[in-house]
Design a protein. Structure first.
Length: 94
């Protein structure tokens, strides 16, 4: 099953991808507590998701301004669309 929504999240980075899609792939390829590596963190989607689903992560970003964006993003609370995507996925699995 795929969780491709086609949505992009350009709020944090010009090439940003949605947290819902990142969550699907991270959960599919790792277990809670495992390490996820992100060599091009950009807007911080992978660290953002990892913080919320119990994965450790190592993320690199060369742009210092983007590093500040990532730090702020990680500190944000859950977002409503995240919860909606979870509910939709559960309905699909039924």
């Amino acid at each position: 099953m795929s969780c491709y929504t086609g949505r992009k999240d350009k709020k944090y980075h010009a090439w940003g991808q949605s947290a819902e899609e990142a969550r699907y792939y991270i959960e599919s390829m790792s277990e809670p507590g495992e390490l996820v590596f992100d060599p091009f963190a950009g807007g911080g989607t992978v660290p953002f998701v990892c913080e919320r689903i119990g994965r450790e992560y190592i993320a690199f970003e060369i742009d210092e301004k983007q590093c500040e964006v990532i730090k702020k993003r990680i500190a944000e609370p859950y977002q409503v669309e995240w919860q909606e995507a979870t509910m939709i996925q559960k309905l699909i699995e039924l």
